[in-house]
Design a protein around this ligand. Structure first.
Ligand code: AMP
Ligand code: MG
Length: 477
């Protein structure tokens, strides 16, 4: 039996938070890539067994059983400025019930909605394939993320700087509730909207918190922990989200919205690829600060739910938020010492980490390959040891890794923590350029290469000379 979609969002939340919206049909839906494994995990493989029927549904031309599509309202601080937003080019088809809970099935690029503002509601095939590739790579890296079920070509042109083929992504998420959804509820919604949203969110994502005295405070704390964990994973693999606006912060703790994201190759803390991030607000090493900033915005949106008395609410929120810096740096130190294969790390290993990063920056070393070469004592390490600074660091590192464990354990830890392969920018671009010309082979080859990233039998990826020179990514194309 094909699964029917649910829509608990529509059923439980006030109508200010969404608008009923049927996706706008497209000319000629054609399946470009379909994630059969994910379909199986979700138990919807039967629904999508027939490819041309699947293309019709995942382009929005036909509806699945039970589907009552909506576009969701949300707001957000974009580059620190508050804006009224919403699904301007997306439609939530509904929710899929699985043994692990509900998953949203959303179409992105599905046409104009009441939230489109001046946008056309569409997306390019190129950028939807990019999101598919990046999100599936993140999943394979073991990092919490929205998933991609398919990309369909629309058969229609999309006008940007140039004319592009249109594409629609079907995105699977634990939910699309964002910090920005809470901002919308508080500042633009009706009187009881925040309360209803809080209740729904707790029930859907954190049912264990229902018995807490102060639900809003408990949620703030939980979201804070998850953001800390998530950003640490990003820093572990060199991921730069690129547009950490509050509308792109998922309350379920998933990485969401793969617009201008990219992976860092050569280590530099201020690496930025996004063409619109001129001041480096969302630079690689600034991501923890921004996560903290976003959490403060979240806390503000929750204030009336934390306590009726604003002063009391502020002091309670500040007490929770005040724990973020320590929470983050503690898990950062653990993550970085794991990368270095130091088990049972000590506080003083922080300087070993700092020195390591300083040396990587000085020698313009590839962030990913460095940790692999360090483990295998590869040629890169031989070269670096010609620098007396690095050599001194290396001696300290060798001591630290066997201080409280042995070499085998250290090596296993390094293998588990450091990916051998990541979506290299030049490979991503090559695959996408071929894909939009109709050759999906490089795309599938790359997806396959990224599917098992911690396999130590893989060869480190070679980087072309001048990799990333002038490399730029773009938002919402
Ligand atoms: P993003 O930068 O992808 O997080 O999007 C920010 C906001 O712009 C969201 O409200 C999107 O729905 C909206 N948006 C982005 N691209 C388009 C488009 N082509 N048409 C309508 N709305 C869009
Ligand atoms: Mg967004």
């Amino acid at each position: 039996m094909p699964k029917a979609l649910k829509n608990t969002y529509l059923e439980n939340l006030p109508p200010t938070l969404f608008t009923a919206q049927i996706p706008i049909s497209v000319a000629k839906p054609e399946m470009v890539v379909f994630n059969g494994e994910l379909a199986k995990e979700l138990g919807v493989e039967e629904t999508f067994a027939d490819e041309s029927k699947a293309a019709l549904i995942l382009a929005g031309n036909e509806l699945m059983e039970g589907s009552r599509p909506i576009s969701q309202a949300y707001a957000g601080h974009q580059f620190a400025h508050f804006n009224r937003l919403g699904d301007g080019r997306a439609v939530l088809l509904g929710e899929i019930q699985t043994d692990n809970g509900l998953y949203d099935l959303q179409l992105k690029g599905s046409g104009q909605t009441p939230y489109s503002r001046r946008g056309d509601g569409r997306a390019t095939l190129y950028s939807m394939l990019r999101e598919y590739l990046m999100s599936e790579a993140m999943h394979a890296l073991g990092i919490s993320t929205t998933r991609s079920l398919s990309v369909v070509k629309t058969g229609e042109d999309v006008y940007r700087e140039h004319i592009h083929d249109g594409g629609i992504l079907s995105r699977v998420a634990a939910s699309h509730i964002r910090v920005g959804t809470f901002e919308y509820a508080r500042y633009l919604g009706g009187e009881k909207d925040s309360e209803k949203l809080l209740e729904y969110t707790i029930k859907r994502h954190y049912p264990l918190l229902v018995s807490e005295d102060n639900l809003a405070l408990a949620l703030l704390q939980k979201v804070m922990q998850q953001q800390s964990e998530l950003i640490n994973h990003w820093l572990r693999v060199g991921f730069i989200h690129g547009v950490m606006n509050t509308d792109n912060v998922s309350i379920a703790g998933e990485t969401i919205d793969y617009g201008p994201c990219a992976f860092m190759n050569v280590y530099h803390p201020q690496t930025v690829f996004s063409s619109i991030d001129r001041n480096g607000r969302y630079a690689f090493a600034n991501q923890p600060n921004i996560a903290f900033w976003n959490l403060k915005i979240f806390a503000n949106a929750l204030l009336p739910l934390i306590d009726e008395d604003e002063k009391v609410a502020v002091s309670k929120a500040e007490e929770v938020l005040g724990k973020f810096p320590q929470l983050f740096s503690k898990s950062y130190l653990k993550m970085m010492t794991d990368k270095l294969g130091i088990q049972n790390h000590m506080q003083e290993d922080a300087s070993l980490v700092e020195d390591c990063l300083r040396l990587l920056q000085k020698h313009k070393v590839d962030y990913t390959n460095f940790f692999t070469e360090l483990r295998t004592n590869g040629s890169l390490i031989q070269v670096l040891r010609e620098d007396t600074d690095f050599n001194a660091w290396h001696i300290q590192w060798e001591k630290a890794r066997v201080r409280l464990s042995n070499l085998e354990e250290s090596e296993a830890l390094m293998i588990a923590t450091n990916p051998m392969v990541i979506p290299r920018n030049h490979l991503v671009e090559e695959a996408l350029v071929a894909a939009v010309k109709g050759d999906m082979n490089p795309f599938h080859d790359l997806l396959k290469a990224l599917a098992d990233p911690y396999n130590e039998r893989l060869t480190p990826q070679e980087l072309p000379v001048g990799v990333d020179e002038g490399y730029q990514t773009f938002c919402g194309t």
